[in-house]
Design a protein around this ligand. Structure first.
Ligand code: FAD
Length: 398
């Protein structure tokens, strides 16, 4: 039994069959559509370039052929003593093995007026349908949050012909995840496209009668808004696990085999938190590659195989013509080396180092740098910053 039918859940049921699980497989999810790819929601799907059918991770036919039963329902409770799930309808489903892939939900905006019409969040395909209805060319869209989702949404709404303002509370966009040089690059690109990017812009209230009209900042400034999209991060969906007595601390705790504190229950995806020896701490990742990797390991564990979560975290973001690919996590970096000039170019790589070890690389329109960096970081290569700098310089002049 797999709870949550998205990247992790859909991969897990697939890997279970591939791994030789011959018993019944049931995928329970509360979204009434085929499991779909979430990343395009803020990109090609919002921009109207792809339909929901094209986002499906697998066809209806695939689940039928693999004898995987899909159930649309909310799981309200896990009855561990009876090995049963309790659905919102009151129905109970018995399980031999259980996987939790409940993902995450958007953090709500702590401001008055956040429940007005025209205020949107972006996690599900149904959210995008709501945004699209409001996204009429010429209107003023305000994005709260200058993270990847906020910036991708800004690029997509700008392409649809809206006037877009991004409000970021910190003193730069992408503050949590990139070096100041990379933040400055994305600010420059968005501004050159005509997006109004404002930093140190803390939202205090959304104002309107029934529909949002204006966003008021702590500074006293205000911004006209016909629609607002809030992208201020996510929170893992862990209530089910908590109620069932599993250990949860900013995500359902899993070990390298994707086992929760109850070794007979596995978990995968955005809802989990795991020890990552490479980084010497526990981390909750929010990315498709990680959800897929954990799901494969969780399926192997259920099938009695010895597989561990080991892949290097990586992530991507698409904005305008820019394809950013990030290898590794840069937390704790003490030095950066730039290959290319982010103040001028539309392609460059920012390498992050700690004590000479390559930790991570942000590669903008540089697919080859991404592949090389990923390999080097995974191998734990130490880098002589001087040598890397020289290599970068000689490549730049070749
Ligand atoms: P989720 O996708 O959150 O799915 C969990 C599912 O479980 C949901 O359908 C939820 O409704 C369901 N569920 C939860 N509780 C219950 C319950 N009790 N009963 C039944 N069903 C339940 N990642 C990247 O790597 N690259 C990107 O470019 C990128 N872009 C993104 C853009 C957007 C707009 C968003 C929203 C996310 C993006 N991500 C990106 C992140 C990526 O989508 C997530 O990491 C991924 O979806 C995680 O998959 P998951 O299966 O763990 O969880």
């Amino acid at each position: 039994m797999v709870v949550g039918a998205s990247h992790a859940g859909a991969q897990l049921v697939t890997s279970l069959r591939q791994g030789g699980w011959s018993g019944e497989i049931v995928l329970v999810g509360d979204e009434p559509v085929l499991p779909y790819q979430r990343p395009p929601l803020s990109k090609a799907y919002l921009a109207g370039k792809l339909g929901l059918t094209e986002l499906a991770l697998r066809s209806e036919d695939f689940y039928l052929k693999q004898d995987i039963k899909r159930v649309t329902a909310t799981v309200e409770e896990i009855d561990r003593s009876a090995s049963e799930l309790v659905l919102g309808t009151g129905e109970r489903l018995a399980y031999d093995a259980l996987a939790l892939c409940t993902g995450a939900r958007p953090r709500r905006l702590p401001a008055t007026g956040a429940d007005l019409d025209g205020v949107h969040y972006l996690r599900r395909s149904s959210d995008v349908e709501g945004i699209r209805e409001d996204a009429i060319p010429g209107r003023n869209a305000v994005i709260v949050g200058g993270g990847y989702i906020g910036l991708e949404t800004a690029a997509s709404l700008h392409a649809l012909g809206l006037h877009v303002t991004v409000l970021e509370a910190a003193d730069r966009v992408l503050e949590r995840v990139t070096a100041p040089e990379v933040s400055a690059f994305f600010t420059r690109i968005h501004q050159s496209e005509g997006v109004d990017v404002r930093t140190n812009a803390l939202v205090e209230a959304l104002v309107g009668d029934s529909r949002v009209r204006e966003v008021v900042l702590a500074s006293g400034d205000s911004v006209v808004a016909d629609l607002v999209i809030v992208g201020i991060g996510i929170e893992p969906t862990t209530e089910l696990a908590e109620k069932a007595g599993l250990v949860v601390d900013d995500g359902i705790l899993i070990d390298a085999h994707a086992r929760t504190s109850d070794p007979s229950i596995v978990a995968a995806g955005d809802c989990t938190s795991q020890d990552m020896p490479r980084y010497g701490r526990r981390i909750r990742l929010e990315s498709v590659p990680s959800a897929v990797e954990q799901a494969k390991v969780a399926a192997a564990t259920i099938c009695g195989k010895d597989k561990k979560i080991a892949a290097l975290p990586w992530f991507w973001s698409d904005q305008y013509d820019l394809k950013l690919k990030i290898a590794g996590l840069n937390t704790g970096y003490d030095d950066i080396i730039l290959n290319g000039d982010p103040t001028r170019d539309r392609d460059f790589t920012c390498y992050y180092l700690r004590g000479g070890e390559l930790l991570a690389a942000d590669c903008v329109n540089r697919p080859r740098d991404f592949v090389t960096s990923k390999r080097m970081i995974a191998q734990g290569d130490r880098v002589d910053p001087g040598a890397l700098e020289q290599a970068v310089e000689s490549r730049g002049t070749s």
